[in-house]
Design a protein around this ligand. Sequence first.
Ligand SMILES: Cc1cc2nc3c(=O)[nH]c(=O)nc-3n(C[C@H](O)[C@H](O)[C@H](O)COP(=O)(O)OP(=O)(O)OC[C@H]3O[C@@H](n4cnc5c(N)ncnc54)[C@H](O)[C@@H]3O)c2cc1C
Length: 401
Amino acid sequence: MFIIVGTGAGGAILARELALNGMEVTILEKGPYIKSKDAFNYYDKYNGSVDLLTTTCIGGATIVSMSNMVRALDEELHEFGIDLSEAYEYVDELVGVHELDDSHIGAGTQAFLDAGRELGLNSMKMPKAIREDDCIQCGKCAFGCPADAKWSGKDFVDDAVEAGATLICEAEVTDLIVDDGTIKGVRYIKDGSEEELFADKVVLSAGAISSALILRRAGIDAGREIFFDPFVSVGGYLKDINFNTEVQMAGLVIGENFVLSPHFSSFIRANIPDDSVTDKDILSIMVKTPDECKGYIDDDGEVYKTNTIQDIRYLAEGVATAGFILEKAGVDPNTIGSTVYRGAHPGGTAAIGKIVDSNLETEITNLFVCDASVLPVSPGKPPILTILALSKRLADYIKNK
Ligand SMILES: Cc1cc2nc3c(=O)[nH]c(=O)nc-3n(C[C@H](O)[C@H](O)[C@H](O)COP(=O)(O)OP(=O)(O)OC[C@H]3O[C@@H](n4cnc5c(N)ncnc54)[C@H](O)[C@@H]3O)c2cc1C
């Protein structure tokens, strides 16, 4: 029997692949089973030193994601003997990675793409896992999807349950049961009481913060480092662009130390001291960078993050480039401003080569970690596709074992 803890990018596909292979799988998920459109109610709150976006519900953060699907960390993973090329092919097809049809590229996104090209930048459509036939182009990807047009981990949990897996929601795994260096099961809280569940193998896919805390309680010193792929959105006034209702992040510019993608933020409007400016008049760009793994999680789960000179330099390069694109796209340069600095991709807390080996197994036999925790360094790019491929690779390893 397998226990999988968490149903986000790492856990959901693993549950699907193992259950479809006829294996006995129980999935424990801390959050509730919800409809995608309600996901915005399940963002977590942190009191530490960072503004970090994560969710606790079925599908984890994939359910509020933009469904951006890019490959990352190829070279870094090769150093650990990990080649994901076959896994990527499988996963690309499974979630339907593709560039959106032109019918789903709005005026703001097109202005971003055109301006990027005119400036000689590497500008392209973002690969996505969105079904155009269902997408109503409302701009609400990060709220959850009102039309269920977006792939999320929830889709794979449903597949796993249909194939015979047991799903227990609102079950918070707190501790591991370990005997003589081998995993035996987990303890979890359900409806206020503590339960125990036993298994031959346990996979922690509870996300970079929770997985690290569970490991630490079992004596594995995870969570002493963390990255979170910092981002800001930079934008300003472009009358009647109506970008706020477009599919978000449908364009991409890849720089050496940053990625840029058109992304609406209502905070930008709040920066402009003119009451006649409304959401429909804002064009903004998300600037995302790879950060150094400086920071930690304390024993209560609070996240503390420090910025290095390199982190700030990368962010500054990205912001300056976004400013050039916005101006070229017609945004009034006198109105350009930025949101505060946030993170949405916590990872690196149980890194490959430090806490897990290249098969994602810990020093506790038959205890694996498969989520953003294991990424060895910050990708500075959307990580879901890489986590899905790592998870598919782990599923194959377990099946072959
Ligand atoms: C708004 C937003 C947009 C994003 N957009 C993109 C995008 O377009 N493309 C991209 O690649 N990335 C995107 N990301 C990042 C991406 O969603 C995450 O990096 C990814 O989901 C992390 O996967 P994970 O498996 O580590 O954790 P998660 O997906 O967060 O899954 C962790 C799961 O574990 C559960 N859990 C936690 N603790 C416990 C416990 N103790 N017991 C049981 N269950 C537990 C959680 O409820 C959750 O279901 C976005 C993130 C946010 C917040």
